[in-house]
Design a protein around this ligand. Sequence first.
Ligand code: DX5
Ligand code: ZN
Length: 221
Amino acid sequence: MNYQLAPSLLAADYNRLEEQINEVENSGCQWLHLDVMDGMFVPSISFGMPVISAIRKKSDLYFDVHMMTEQPERYIIPMKEAGAQLFTVHAEACRHLDRTLEQIHDAGMESGVALNPATPLCMVKHVLDKADLILIMSVNPGFGGQKFIPSSLEKIAELRNELDQAGYADTMIEVDGGINQNNIEQVLDAGANIIVAGTSVFKGDIGENVRYLHSVIDEYR
Ligand code: DX5
Ligand code: ZN
């Protein structure tokens, strides 16, 4: 299984984007989590294709784009052109999820489906053959720096079990929201393999934060 720490750029200092992305890359991370918000699916607005294509020119990290937008299928091609490699849509925002996942693959990206904390796992049951990754939200999406919702742990464990039973043991489970030095181990124990961390990477010393989080993740690799 591929274990990765995916720092969320949302928590970066936007005055020093290039420098901070370099720090993430130099500290040994391979993924970068990019939170796209449209002010409709979630209240806030973050950034979109222009910013992503600009940082694409400066970084070799794997671009994990988390679409917190209505009708995310509208952005499949533009995001691919901007440099996205994984395109994750919210099940709650897709009227034709199955078709959207197919379109993501057709565009040459890996596909992910995100579930809000209150959305049941059965929402992904019939699209497991088309999803490379399931993203379990451990906060209600929209803002960084929120508190981890403890019931997410049970949901992750249930999903890992269901994936194994259904013959999709290779499907990645990503967890996003409120993960820090104190709870990362519980998230990994529950069965997650991609760990998103915003505040706990970018606040303070990035190198030091990543070193600690990686030291925990390394035990599962
Ligand atoms: C929440 C975003 C998260 C968030 C994580 O809407 O999807 O990726 O930035 O930030 P922290 O780790 O600070 O909760
Ligand atoms: Zn996210």
